[in-house]
Design a protein around this ligand. Structure first.
Ligand code: NDP
Length: 249
């Protein structure tokens, strides 16, 4: 099976580093034209230049904060007028603001729900209109195993990631008749800036819980996303694909 996304336009939120960047790189490698999106416009430009330059295909930077609903609506319009009709949307932008519940501030709750859940709602609502008309679309939302099993100190993050799963299943049911498919990828522990702050002890403790015996690489997640974006996954919708080395079974 060869995955060919040539002719497809994809947008990956939070593709300026980490998992999102790896997803963008893999989609470009499969032939897609890609919108690189993050709050840091200069970083988006660097990544787009690196990916576009390496592949000879189009990678275009867009600065956008997904918590800004008006900016998100404008983003989808800008992407479509620059790259063409949007076929693949990957909602990957995400943040953590960890604390145990008694100490969790209102702002910590709101920042995480706004970026991780409300952001995905806003991009998806804006993107599906065109996908429905064209009778082809892929929505892939990056959740987390924390959304499945919870985690101490992450009630806000777990709520946002569990919310994404319910959101995705509803979108999958609403959009199936128009051939717009919606799925979730739920990573376990992946080596990125988000996990770099862990102590050596915490890292070792996590290792013990991973049957495959290693932390994941961003590419492990990117490969799952690219499969779901492809025609090879045309009979899969409303599913949660866990990419965690076997931590949650
Ligand atoms: P990073 O912190 O390395 O990268 C986050 C990305 O999201 C950056 O590109 C950042 O760009 C962007 N971003 C953050 N907030 C916003 C915003 N409001 N608007 C637009 N872009 C934003 O995270 P990871 O790569 O580790 O994680 C990516 C996704 O995977 C997240 O949703 C995370 O929850 C999920 N995940 C990660 C796991 C891990 O172990 N790393 C495990 C399970 C899930 P900028 O700063 O320029 O805005």
């Amino acid at each position: 099976m060869r995955i060919d996304l040539s002719g497809r336009v994809a947008l990956v939120t939070g593709s300026t580093r980490g998992i999102g960047r790896a997803i963008a790189e893999t989609l470009v490698g499969a032939g897609a034209r890609i919108a690189i999106v993050g709050r840091d416009g200069a970083r988006a430009e660097e990544v787009a230049a690196a990916l576009g330059g390496a592949s000879g295909r189009e990678a275009v930077p867009f600065a956008c904060d997904v918590t800004d609903l008006a900016a998100v609506a404008a983003l989808i319009e800008r992407v479509e007028s620059t790259l063409g009709s949007l076929d693949i949307l990957v909602n990957n932008a995400g943040v953590t603001r960890d604390n145990i519940l008694p100490r969790l501030k209102d702002a910590d709750w709101e920042a995480v729900i706004d970026a991780n859940l409300r952001g995905a709602f806003a991009t998806t609502r804006a993107a599906v209109r065109g996908m429905m008309k064209r009778r082809w679309g892929r929505i892939i939302n990056i959740s987390s195993i924390v959304g499945l099993v919870g985690n101490k100190g992450q009630s806000n993050y777990a709520a946002s990631k569990a919310g994404l799963i319910g959101f995705t299943k509803s979108v999958a049911k609403e959009m199936a008749s128009r051939n717009v498919l919606a799925n979730v990828v739920a990573p376990g522990l992946i080596e990125t800036d988000m996990t770099a702050a862990m102590t050596a002890e915490a890292r070792e403790a996590m290792h013990q819980q991973i049957p495959l015996g290693r932390l994941g690489a961003p590419a492990d997640v990117a490969h799952a996303v690219t499969f779901l974006a492809s025609d090879a996954a045309s009979y899969i919708t409303g599913q949660v694909l866990v990419v965690d080395g076997g931590m949650v079974m």
